[in-house]
Design a protein. Sequence first.
Length: 207
Amino acid sequence: MSEEREDLIKRIVEEKGESAIPTLVKLLYDEDPEVKEIAAEALFHFQDTAREALYQELLKRWREGIEEDDVTVLYIVDLLGDMGEKRAKDIFYSLLSKYTVEEAILVVYEALAKIGEGEKILDVLEYMLLEDSYRDSYGDLVAMVLSYVDHPKSIEILKKAYFDKELSKEVKEYVLRAMRNLIDRNPTFISRVGKDILKDMEKITWS
């Protein structure tokens, strides 16, 4: 995040406070992607208060009928996933049929993983990372979704990807990052990875 953008978000949060939430939610509908990003980042700072407003907005949109490939809804889904909004679970699942691009679907999958539904989508994530012909295009995103699924099978899927000779080097770097994230939250998972993997993890500059 640029310093200028960070200062703007800080100013919104400090000067306007929670009264800015309704306006920030409306700004998620702006045509400018940067405006959407700034609004989303500012809303994240408000956590519980913003979560309720975002959930009500998603519920309203869902009842009205969400259009196919609606980008604004993805911003709301992403935020609610980060905020752990479990009430949105059924809506998240219903949204999977509303998106035609894998990258968008993976935003929904990540939100599901963050609210504890990850185990239910492990099979489809495994297919997307290990078998799908387009896996080099979005395998990095699949790996990061797996990093939020605290289950031994996540590590096993990522290990298979690590040893897959046909998977690109770029995707494998995200595979390593995902395994590192899982191990950080579940130290017992370290026993499931070998020395080669741990050695390669040490070579990555973690952001």
